[in-house]
Design a protein around this ligand. Structure first.
Ligand code: GRF
Length: 200
């Protein structure tokens, strides 16, 4: 069976990346991590990834500008024969050109039930809105921010006695479970390799 190759892009802690990488290593998620990339050289997740034996790469947005940094990501994707780009707390918005180039091959996780509470502060925004629930969404990335075909969603209740920190913790636990499950299902349903993408 073809083992899809995934690149995981992060900007910070990388707890979702860690959950995915570990499940690839145990075989729970039948995929291979080609590299873990970050726009932030100090991302804690880069150390975690390296400790777990993954190749790591840094893309210097500030130094090189978005266009050049994205070109370097694209080169890394091609050079490592990566099939899927998995965003896990990657805080840079990908340009429409980049999204078009890797059409349907970029997947993201967002900490809300999209289309509710898009943007960089999904959890906080739901909290401030005093919503009684929020959730987690895994989706294909299209040219709009936090938008695209939904692969999986799970509701998370916000209980009156909960603090923001408790809610964040609860959401992250759901994320770590739902992301690998959604990826597994999606890869099984789309057993397409880089060569086939190129032929499309
Ligand atoms: C997660 O909440 C994810 O949904 C959002 O950014 C956060 C990243 O957390 N896109 P981590 O770096 O995976 O710990």
């Amino acid at each position: 069976m073809y083992l899809p190759r995934i690149a995981i892009l992060i900007s910070g802690k990388g707890s979702n990346m860690e959950a995915i990488l570990k499940s690839c290593l145990t075989g729970e998620l039948p995929a291979e991590v080609s590299f873990v990339g970050s726009d932030n050289i100090n991302a804690k997740g880069l150390d975690t990834a390296a400790t777990l034996g993954a190749q790591t790469r840094v893309f210097f947005y500030k130094r090189d500008g978005r266009k050049a940094a994205e070109e370097m990501i694209a080169n890394a994707i091609e050079e490592t024969e990566t099939d899927w780009i998995v965003l896990a707390g990657f805080m840079k918005i990908l340009s429409p050109e980049f999204v078009k180039r890797f059409h349907n091959r970029i997947i993201n996780i967002h900490p809300s039930l999209l289309p509710s509470f898009p943007g960089a502060h999904g959890i906080l925004d739901a909290w401030n809105a005093k919503a009684d629930h929020t959730g987690v969404t895994v989706h294909i990335v299209d040219e709009e921010v936090d938008h695209g075909r939904i692969l999986a969603q799970e509701r998370v209740d916000i209980l009156p006695e909960e603090t923001l920190e408790m809610l964040e913790e609860k959401i992250h636990m759901v994320e770590h479970k739902i992301y690998k499950e959604a990826l597994k299902k999606h890869f099984l349903e789309n057993p397409i390799s880089i060569e086939e993408w190129e032929e499309e």
